[in-house]
Write a protein that binds this ligand. Structure first.
Ligand code: URP
Ligand code: ZN
Ligand code: ZN
Length: 466
């Protein structure tokens, strides 16, 4: 039986911190306590370090087709980058082709990850509609395959957008299976009109991506999704919430008693729409949906995180090349052709520590909660993931709160030719990362093994995060 002892660190959880040693046996945390015996095969000194549960990123798009191109990170490069940033679990999205069986789509996505992923992974299932066949497949997915969360889009008409009837049906059809519907909340039809008008006026530059996806389109869709959940007596999870107005819709829904959860992303906390003023088409790097918002929204989101209105921070990692490959260049003459999405799987924890914990906006315990514990609880992975506790998987990060790193595309591990945060120095970095007890990142070097990541069958989703 392989054993490791992590000594002299400060173990941090969503509930508190304590000076303690952590004993790992066969990939699982066996004991957490002071002065554990030193008879382990490997002893790691964590003096001056926080000992955190590995991050859980419940929003990634690896190897994701978008028309005739594919997001640039696959399950190998993407999960290696995640590990470098202290994330040891991801939940990605399986997306069926129109008319394709959901179970077949799950097979396809499992095959993309198997033999490649270096950390553990699960899948949400994308739903375009909800009929009888979908209902029976959802039952199998939730009860047999451990896929208990289902993403639906209120945006992207003609491609992924689901109508309100389908969303309502899915909420009803998944709730009794321990399922949770996740919503991309933007009013796709209203946005479609704004895009057509902009292009007709000749407003083709990337900044019109943001101007044609206004805050109102997000807030309206978020309140509609919450109202649909209320009528269905089902929980709902709003993904990549980006604006103060959508946050207000969430507060109003919660006050009515709706079980609404929400995620925001580092880019909405750390960047503003000023990025769309960049010259030379550089603004295209920041084209994502929802778009970056005016700066005051950032503080509103940070307050929402501190006040527990927002539950989690996922990355929405969806990398497309700027010039190599020239994915983003497709929209040089028409912003609506710029592939939506941006990289971020590697930098989530560092940005949140630097901009959140070091500035006093959130406590270290809240940092653990939003990056690991809450996504694990909401998506049916708790207490296997998201905590340092006896019996949990030994997914552990030794966090050096004083070390600094300059973020750059020239040094990051994501397979994409730009960074949203080029040149930004952050303080607080993962020094060592263990996944199920195996050291996979050691002071900036990947020492894990391709394909060691395992598929996670998840339990019921949508339980309270607090
Ligand atoms: O622009 C984005 N967010 N692309 C990824 C797909 C999605 O909508 O989450
Ligand atoms: Zn989305
Ligand atoms: Zn996404």
């Amino acid at each position: 039986m392989a054993t490791s002892l992590i000594r002299n660190g400060t173990v941090l959880s969503d509930a508190g911190r304590m000076a303690a040693d952590v004993l790992v046996e066969n990939g699982v945390i066996a004991r957490v306590g002071r002065g554990l015996p030193e008879s382990a095969d490997t002893v790691i000194d964590a003096s001056g370090r926080f000992v955190l549960p590995g991050g859980v990123d419940a929003h990634t798009h690896l190897d994701m087709p978008a028309g005739d191109i594919t997001s640039t990170d696959d399950f190998e490069t993407g999960t290696i980058a995640a590990a470098h940033g202290g994330t040891t679990t991801i939940v990605d999205f399986a997306t069926p082709e129109p008319g394709e069986s959901l179970l077949a789509a799950l097979d396809t996505w499992r095959a993309k990850a198997e033999g490649k992923a270096v950390v553990d992974y699960g899948f949400h299932m994308v739903l375009r509609e909800f009929g009888e066949r979908t209902a029976s497949e959802v039952r199998l997915l939730a009860n047999r395959e451990g896929v208990t969360s289902f993403k639906m889009f209120m945006a992207y008409p003609g491609r992924l957008m689901a109508d309100d009837g389908s969303i309502s049906g899915a909420m009803r059809g998944t709730r009794d299976q321990g399922g949770l519907v996740m919503i991309h909340a933007e009013n796709g039809r209203a946005i479609e009109v704004l895009i057509a008008e902009a292009l007709q006026r000749g407003d083709t530059a990337p900044r019109f991506h943001a101007l044609t996806r206004p805050v109102g389109a997000e807030a309206e869709a978020a309140s509609r999704a919450i109202a649909l959940a209320e009528m269905a007596a089902a929980p709902v999870f709003i993904v990549h919430l980006s604006s103060a107005e959508a946050l207000e819709a969430l507060r109003v829904g919660r006050a009515r008693g709706v079980a609404v959860f929400a995620e925001t992303c580092p880019q909405y906390l750390c960047l503003s729409d000023a990025e769309y003023e960049r010259p030379d088409f550089e603004a295209a790097k920041f084209v994502m949906s929802p778009p970056l918002r005016p700066a005051p929204h950032q503080e509103a989101l940070w307050r929402g995180l501190a006040a527990r209105d927002l539950d989690t921070v996922g990355t929405d990692h969806c990398p497309f090349g700027f010039s190599d490959p020239p994915h983003k260049q497709r929209g040089r003459d028409d912003f609506s052709k710029i592939p939506n999405g941006a990289p971020g799987i590697e930098t989530r924890l560092m940005l949140l520590w630097d901009e959140g914990v070091r500035t006093g906006r959130i406590t270290p315990e809240r940092f653990v909660e939003i990056t690991a514990a809450a996504p694990a609880k909401i998506f049916g992975l708790w207490p296997r993931k998201g905590t340092i506790a006896e019996g949990s998987d030994a997914d552990i990060v030794l966090w050096d709160p004083d070390a600094s790193v300059a973020i750059s595309a020239s040094t990051h591990h994501m397979r994409v030719d730009y960074s949203l945060y080029e040149g930004r120095t952050v303080t607080g970095v993962p020094e060592a990362v263990l996944s199920r007890g195996e050291l996979i990142v050691d002071r900036g070097a990947f020492v894990g093994r391709k394909g060691r990541g395992r598929f996670l069958r998840r339990g019921a989703a949508g339980a309270a995060s607090a």
